[in-house]
Design a protein around this ligand. Structure first.
Ligand SMILES: [Zn+2]
Length: 119
């Protein structure tokens, strides 16, 4: 059985294998990785930003993905993409699935905190 005709490729990448062959299933609205078969359920968590993640990690020390997800209430895919972005910016460090702020990350956080408070 093939339902490939109903799939349309999306711009997302797969959080599991990193493939960009992620297709949208028009009937359900879910995203399906055609490489590894991972189903990315449509975002229903709330939106989370870099500052909030930095704050959460700073408050709790080292955190893994599940703990971050728990603390922020973000969806898997959204949280994952923000984390990836932070790792690329070198403000978040990932060692064996555990995240912590880098030195640069702590500085970045303090700067942002200053902006929040308006000084
Ligand atoms: Zn995949």
């Amino acid at each position: 059985m093939t339902n490939r005709r109903s799939l349309r490729f999306s711009k997302r990448t797969c959080p599991i294998c990193g493939s960009n062959e992620v297709a949208r299933d028009e009937s359900k609205g879910d995203l399906l990785c055609t490489n590894c078969g991972h189903l990315i359920v449509r975002d229903d968590g709330r939106s989370v930003g870099k500052f909030e993640i930095a704050q959460t990690v700073k408050r709790n020390g080292k955190m893994d993905f599940a703990a971050l997800k728990n603390a922020t209430g973000a969806s898997d895919s959204q949280l994952y993409s923000v984390i990836q972005n932070m790792v690329q910016m070198n403000i978040l460090n990932e060692i064996g699935g555990t995240y912590s702020l880098t030195k640069k990350g702590r500085r970045w956080y303090r700067q942002r905190l200053g902006q929040e408070w308006g000084y």
